[in-house]
Each structure stands twice: as C-alpha cells, then as structure tokens.
Design a binder for this molecule. Structure first.
Ligand code: PLP
Ligand code: COI
Length: 375
C-alpha cells in the first residue's frame, strides 16, 4: 500500500521539496560564467534528487527534492564506484526571445533513460517524474539559462547505484540526480569542420553489450581511443564494427550522417550497438519533411572511401545534443585519410543545423510539437 502511494506521488502529483541554496552565486559570478560558458565547466546553484529503494514488491521512488548543488556523500563501497552501475542522459534548455525556457523532446530522453535503466538493471523512473525534475530545476536555476547564439543550459540527468555492497547484483539503493551546466559550442570557439580519428585498436561496443545504452562504461571504454584521436590532432573518435565489414557505427558522443551527390542521405542503421540519438531521429524527420531520401543502412568504411574518391560523397556531419550538428572535414586513419569535399555555400549540414536550432530556440515553427516549456 505504502509503496503504491509513494509511486503514485512520484508518478502523479510530483511534489519536489525545495531546500534552496543559502549561498547561490552572485549576479556578477553568474554573468562571468555566462559570458564564456564553454562546455561542461560550470554548474548551476541547484540539483534535483529522487531516491529509490528496493522493496518486496519491486521498489519505490521517494523524497523528490531540489537542493543546493554540492558534493555527494557516498559510502566507499557504493556499487557504482566498483561495478559502474550508472546511466545518464543529456538534453538542453533553450531561452526563447520572450524569456521563456523550453526543452526539446524530453519524453524521448526519459524513455531512452528507461531503456538504459533496463539494460543496466536499474529501476525505471516514470517519464513524468523525469520531466518534472527538469521543470523544477530550471525553475530554481532559470537565471543560468544562457541566451547567446547556439548556447543553452545543458541538463544532465543520471542514476547511480548507491548501495554499499560488494556482491555483484543489482543495487537495492539507487539515486536519480539532475545537474545543469550552461553550455556553448561543444568543440569550443566558432563552428568549423572537425577532424575525426578512426579507432581500430579499440571498440566501444559489441554485440549484446551496452552500446545502445547511455551508460558511463561506454564512455570510459571510448577514452583510450579518444586520447589516440587527440594525439593525432582529431577532436572525436569514430567507431566501426570490424566483425561486420567495417560498418560505420558512431562517434564517441555523436551519430554520423553522409550526404550523397544524388541527394540521398545515409546514416548507419540502429543495430544494437549505436545510441538511438534524438538529434539523429529529428534530423531524419526534417530531411524527410524536405522530401529527401534517407537511408538507414549499413555503410562501410570502403563505401565511404570510394564515395569520397568518385565524387559521390558531398557532406559528412556529426549530430548530438552537445554537438548539435557539426560538419566533419576529415577522417584520419592509419591507412590513409578520407577528406570530405569543401563544404558548399548552401550546405545541407548548415541548413539542417539552422532549422533544428531554430526550432529549439523558438525562431522556427515547431511543426512536430517537439518543444516542452520548462519555465
Ligand atoms: N551517440 C553517442 C555515443 C552519444 O553520447 C550521443 C549523445 O547523447 C549521441 C549519439 C547523440 O544522441 P542525442 O542526439 O540524443 O544527444
Ligand atoms: C550529449 O550530446 O548529450 C552527450 O551525451 C555527448 C557527450 C557530451 C557525452
């Protein structure tokens, strides 16, 4: 009974208690951050938290709250620290010209969060609790939403196994948390084509693994390859499936698209290893709205190389919440580079980027009902 009531209160009335920071940053400190946010460097004054405990009939979410941003107290035996039972999400809050604050397809993030939770044996969080946590945090930290071109408040929901237990089994105490970080261009500075490095020594995902889940372990697994990328002058790393004809999969933190000379746009099909990018799904929809042919299919490294050599390849771009849409100028590999053609004046990459950002920031009509008001 108690469990059901508690679940109801999280899924239904959604009361977040408010323990607001007694030491919020001053207007001057906040203005200094917002003048040059970068990506992932600065955090707002508050955080949202909901606790979960295992119960005989499943489990219950309780104690939803907004509290001051600060260090988390964890037992050193907390299983997240040993076995990596953790998932996260990433979405953005955009300030519109009239000062209101909106986010983009948050239910899709909530559903993907729950898909990740199932894969990592973590509890699912009701979609409404997820969305309400965004509203509550942004209401408390509204002043931190930037208004510059291409800027937004990056929202980072995550879930960690907090139970102090070293046996290997799903934790019985879990914490859902949400932090927020004012964000500019993920790659820093002005938008320009990035170079990416082909990982051949390392994989981030394998069949039956966690590639499709948004869990910290995938990103930990990508770091050695990301270091190699940086040593080779590249900003991101590309993973492919060496057991499937070197089929292109995705970058360390973004999906990838190829624009062909006949107007067709190709992106790797979702195969269990690739994250179901919400930007990816939205770009596919916007391309189809324009009457363009979109192919979600196997696209191999050989096909990429051939298309670049015979003029079939026009544009390559990466997409994701953090990166928005970023042109890829070069793929560097140990067996020769593949250069993309120079970006044309009227590129599809930049036109889709403008349309998507326009929808997100309220400058372009939201024909698909993708926006949710947060504050
Ligand atoms: N692929 C990976 C590995 C990512 O980390 C991300 C970022 O979230 C994406 C793709 C793009 O997903 P989305 O567009 O939902 O942000
Ligand atoms: C995002 O785009 O939200 C990501 O999660 C990519 C990266 C920052 C991990």
């Amino acid at each position: 009974m108690a469990t059901n009531r508690s679940r109801e209160s999280i899924a239904g009335t959604m009361e977040f208690s408010q323990q607001l920071s007694t030491t919020p940053r001053s207007d001057e400190e906040r203005a200094a951050v917002l003048a040059n946010p970068g990506f992932g460097n600065h955090f707002t004054d508050h955080t949202a938290v909901i606790d979960w405990n295992h119960t005989s009939d499943g489990g219950r979410w309780s104690n939803a709250r907004i509290e001051a941003y600060g260090p988390i107290s964890l037992d050193p035996a907390a299983s997240v620290l040993h076995y990596g039972q953790e998932i996260f999400e990433g979405l953005k809050a955009y300030r519109h010209a009239d000062g209101t604050v909106w986010t983009f397809r948050p239910e899709a993030n909530a559903e993907r969060f729950n898909a990740s939770a199932r894969r990592l044996a973590l509890p699912e969080l009701p979609v409404e609790a997820f969305v309400t946590s965004l509203k509550e945090l942004v209401a408390a930290d509204r002043a931190w939403v930037p208004s510059g071109d291409g800027e937004a408040l990056y929202l980072r929901p995550f879930m960690i196994a907090t139970e102090a237990f070293l046996g290997v089994r799903p934790a019985r105490e879990v914490s859902y948390r949400l932090i927020a970080s004012p964000a500019g261009n993920y790659f820093g500075g002005e938008l320009k084509p990035v170079s990416i490095w082909l990982a051949t020594k390392y994989a981030r995902a394998g069949r039956g693994g966690t590639g499709e889940a948004k869990c910290g372990g995938n990103y930990a697994a990508s770091l050695a390859a990301q270091l190699e990328a940086e040593e080779n002058g590249c900003q991101q790393v590309l993973f492919l499936d060496p057991f499937n004809d070197n089929a292109v999969e995705e970058l360390g933190g973004m999906n990838v698209f190829f624009v062909m000379a006949d107007g067709t746009v190709v992106t790797p099909a979702l195969n269990g290893n690739i994250l179901h990018g919400i930007t990816r799904a939205s770009v596919i929809q916007l391309l189809k709205d324009r009457g363009l042919k979109v192919e979600e299919r196997k696209f191999t490294l050989d096909e990429w190389r051939r298309a670049a050599e015979n003029g079939q390849l026009r544009e390559v771009f990466a997409c994701g919440t953090a990166a928005v849409i970023t042109p890829i100028g070069l793929l560097k590999t140990t067996e020769g580079d593949i250069a993309s053609p120079a970006l044309p004046q009227e590129s599809l990459t930049l036109s889709i980027r403008e349309q998507l950002l326009g929808i997100q920031t309220g400058a372009v009509a939201d024909q698909h009902g993708w926006l949710t008001r947060l504050a």
